[in-house]
Ligand binder design. Structure first.
Ligand SMILES: Cc1cc2nc3c(=O)[nH]c(=O)nc-3n(C[C@H](O)[C@H](O)[C@H](O)COP(=O)(O)OP(=O)(O)OC[C@H]3O[C@@H](n4cnc5c(N)ncnc54)[C@H](O)[C@@H]3O)c2cc1C
Length: 402
């Protein structure tokens, strides 16, 4: 009895100082922080949370862009938002696409990290620690998480650190890799009202390669050279193409590089176990939230962590029966990924036709896994029939052999 009182007093005055938690979140990146924010926003203030990351995040290591119709859970952090985008094909033809009900939004990594630092500093039931998770062991009513520093007991572990092996021979694997510069031009050259989703006026070498631009003002923009291939390039190769493109297409030879962003996103349809152990839930890229055919992950993460928290509030259980995506959307993504991997010379035309022949709202619904069957048929109708039919059969065949 006396011991209980001491424990209660200890917890009351030093709530962060314990080794048992209701929730352990491994990885304080986009998914881990979004989940923590959602837990607290939904009023689950009593849950004790341990947030582990091997690093402290203090730089703007990435920007997350996504399209959205309604305000999202992190809307207060949106750095820029646009109502129109442009796609340019290899011949220089342009498509200007007003987004209708959608907005294309950008959140800077550093803004999320700083915002969550402040939230955590004033949250007595969240403990943050810089430790590397090395092992997870299931125990009766929870899990033991071992790090390079110690062992913690949790009822539930949310793991955003798991990395897909990318070794399934019946899956398709590509990498989306890119180098981007945030540049400051001495003269106004950007239209701050319109990002470039894809500009295919770069040497292709038979691959899917394009330039992506997020304009922040008339003189400032993120300009990114992006590829969908199996292997990353030497750093100098990205730099050469990017600087040449900026010089040739933007007419800029002198500019300041304010920031740079290098990224590699796995594009793979290798199945991910979202719930690998009774008390473990993988989230973010680790949970299979990345769209295999586009690399977009941010919005699915917000949607899924919101669903998980809602489910817990209603049932007291984190494990959800409902799937991340309906199976037909996994199939479509696999087919598109297969075409991007095996008929990559078609990529520029494929995306051009997709945007040219469909209202962009339909394309967004399709990529978000929210389209109707009629939408799906219309999108398929706008795609090259023979390569897609072949890819479809290939995906079905590999699925049967899995
Ligand atoms: C440069 C870049 C730009 C991107 N842009 C977009 C975009 O515009 N739109 C979009 O939708 N998606 C984008 N993505 C894809 C995706 O949204 C991001 O990768 C996103 O950050 C994934 O969130 P996450 O939490 O799964 O992983 P992360 O944000 O990478 O977080 C994982 C965390 O786990 C930590 N960690 C790893 N291993 C361990 C361990 N053993 N122990 C403890 N901690 C560990 C890491 O330090 C990291 O902080 C981008 C990705 C990159 C790399």
């Amino acid at each position: 009895m006396k011991t209980n009182c001491v424990v209660q007093l200890f917890e009351r005055f030093m709530p962060g100082n314990r080794s048992e938690y209701d929730v352990i979140i491994a990885g304080a990146g986009m998914a881990g922080l979004s989940l923590l924010w959602q837990i607290r926003q939904s009023g689950l203030n009593d849950l004790t949370v341990l947030l582990l990351d091997q690093n402290i995040k203090s730089t703007n290591d990435r920007t997350w862009s996504f399209w959205e119709k309604t305000p999202g859970p992190l809307d207060h952090l949106v750095f820029r938002s646009w109502n129109e985008v442009r796609v340019t094909n290899s011949e220089g033809q342009e498509l200007f696409m007003p987004l209708g009900e959608y907005h294309y939004k950008t959140i800077r990594g550093i803004d999320l990290y700083r915002f969550m630092d402040q939230q955590i500093a004033s949250d007595p039931r969240t403990t943050r620690s810089v430790e590397r998770m090395v092992n997870v062991v299931s125990v009766d009513d929870g899990i033991n998480v071992q790090t390079d520093v110690g062992t913690y007991r949790g009822r539930t572990l949310f793991d955003s650190t798991y990395q897909l092996p990318l070794s399934d021979p019946n899956a398709t694997h590509l990498l989306q890799h890119f180098l981007g510069y945030v540049i400051k031009s001495p003269k106004p050259i950007f239209n701050p009202e319109r990002p470039d989703l894809m500009n295919f006026q770069v040497p292709h070498s038979g691959d899917c390669r394009f330039i992506y631009i997020l304009p922040f003002s008339e003189t400032e923009a993120l300009v990114e050279y992006t590829l969908f291939t199996e292997k990353v390039l030497e750093e100098s190769e990205y730099i050469n193409v990017l600087t040449e493109w900026i010089s040739k297409e933007l007419g800029l030879n002198e500019y300041e590089i304010l920031e740079q962003e290098f990224g590699v996103i796995p594009m793979s349809d290798e199945p991910v176990e979202e719930f690998p152990l009774p008390h473990v839930i993988r989230i973010g890229t680790a949970g299979g939230y990345t769209n295999p055919a586009t690399g977009y992950t941010f919005k699915t993460t917000q949607k899924r962590v919101t669903q998980l928290v809602e489910h817990y509030k209603q049932t007291g259980n984190w494990r959800m029966k409902s799937r991340l995506r309906e199976p037909r959307f996994d199939f479509y993504s696999s087919v598109l990924l297969d075409v991007l991997a095996n008929r990559r010379e078609l990529a520029a035309k494929l995306f051009w036709d997709l945007y040219r022949k469909n209202p962009i709202e339909r394309v967004f619904r399709f990529l978000d896994g929210e389209s109707t069957l009629i939408d799906d048929v219309q999108v398929m109708h706008s795609s090259p029939k023979i390569p897609f039919t072949r890819a479809g059969w290939g995906v079905l065949w590999r699925g049967m052999n899995r």
